[in-house]
Design a protein around this ligand. Sequence first.
Ligand code: FES
Length: 337
Amino acid sequence: MACKLEIEPTGDIVEVQEGQTLLDAALRQGVYLPHACNHGLCGTCKVEVLEGEVDLGDASFFALMESEREDGYCLACTATAVDDVVIEADIDVDVDARNIKVKDIWGTVIKREMLTPRILGLWIELDEELDFQAGQYINYHVPGFDEPRAFSLANQPSTGKIIELNIGLIPDGEATPWIHQNVKVGDRRKITGPFGRFFVKRSANKPMIFFAGGSGLSSPKSMILDELENGCTLPITLFHGARNEEELYYADMFRDLEKKYLNFKYIPVLSNNENPSWSGEVGFTNDVAKKLYNNQFTGNKAYLCGPPMMSEACITALMQGRLFEKDIHTEKFFSKA
Ligand code: FES
């Protein structure tokens, strides 16, 4: 039997099916609730139950402590409704969010290509178009694995039914080695999405600095292509950190974009360069950015996507260079490898 879920303070009301989590019901009906891991582990989706009863589901005691359970809190990503429920959630209003309904879509793998020795590019033609905001991610359902894996969309929305995923190999992970070895052209796959609030804050109307490392280039690629295609004239700078030239990918495409769009600047940075003919930047992305911006980032919006160590170093550099935390945006989702 379906139950009613009312969300305070927004007053949104959605229907929750039997066995469906509160988070899933809200997102599928276009109502945003904070979330990150989707599996009861991180605590990002914690909400207070004001009225009605929920089943807490598989919430970990780490993410939802005993005292919080006693005080009437639950994790929206694991809790199911026992009867009509009213919850209070800590929701930041984001004027740039379109709150697109999450849905399941099947598709066929039409191309696979190693973009670097560790990053696999997968192109999937979906049975129907996925509406999303550039920078968002999807859940990719992997046969034989209980939990789907989250990957950012590397294509921009204008590519229609064709989506692109860049999948970095985590050697001691489970699903990414499986995907690298087994996914082939012609395979049918289900994806669910879109998720996430990592997208360009157009309402801010500020120059953008993107920092990408490893397969973290996916979202910046999607966001930059989308901005340029849509006539953005604000300055856009992309720092792409990689160990060496072999691990740099889409470099030619970004160099071409730099020639075509005067407001776009591409700065690849190699941390382990051994090629004497490399004429680009070397070292760490945060140091190079500090140097090129004279340690002064005020007035920009920064978007970071990459390994935690790189992101932390860049955030420190940005804040030391007087960029407020509210102008620094990072991708916040957790997914098993
Ligand atoms: Fe619910 Fe992480 S615990 S999203």
